[in-house]
Design a protein around this ligand. Sequence first.
Ligand SMILES: [Fe+2]
Length: 271
Amino acid sequence: MRIVSITEHPILEIPFLNAGKGPGAFYTDRLPVHTGEVSGLPGDLEALLATADLQGRERFQEANCGPQRLLGEALPERLCSELLPELNLDPNRTGVILAGDFYTVPNLDKRGGSGDVLPVWRAFAESFRWVAGVAGNHDTFGNRDEPTRNVSGNAHYLDGNSTNLDSLVVAGIGGIIGYPNKLHRKTESDFLTYTELLLDQLPDVLVMHDGPDFPANDLRGSSNIRGTLERFPKTLVVRGHSHWPIPLVEMANGTQVLNVDCRVVILRRAQ
Ligand SMILES: [Fe+2]
């Protein structure tokens, strides 16, 4: 699969509340939504939607006096009722890639809190054809680090493995490089070994929360993950965790890296 185009400017910006440091320090932020075109999408799919790092909550006026849902829990409803019809896309023919980090504390008074992202996965799974994704370094599933069983019949949690969805091979590695005694951390050596093992299977998409850097544009990430990716045939990597001002780069071997940290990208079938 190749991304053949992506809009430079968002087609929509969705307001949400971002956490601040301390009580009442939250503020309104905007989630950009980009569209693009991808070649090589299997026949049953019209589009892929990818997102990560939705570490915020819906606004008070959208919560109907109830508790404010996580941004990623509220988002599928809004996308399916407003945006997808405008784009003439059917959610039942759209697959979703989740690249991790979907939690924010309920009071929005602390940045980088960890917690349960099952409501986000379930909301996407209920609204779209399927979901495949990985954990971010702040994500728990219920009160566990990983889901004990399938989140739902059409939601596929990946960590060092792959799944075949509509003839699309989606591989995934969760978490970040770090001390493995903390939530969703792997040693660099383990992270690179998983990367090699999955790239050996020639996946159509490799989802990771951490990911490569891109020094030519001063974009943050791991140089050793980049080095590993460049030793294998080209593929499409979807990553989160580090915000890049641009969503897409292409590495020396032709591998494309789509960074969806705090953005939504909807890739429709290339004409
Ligand atoms: Fe992260």
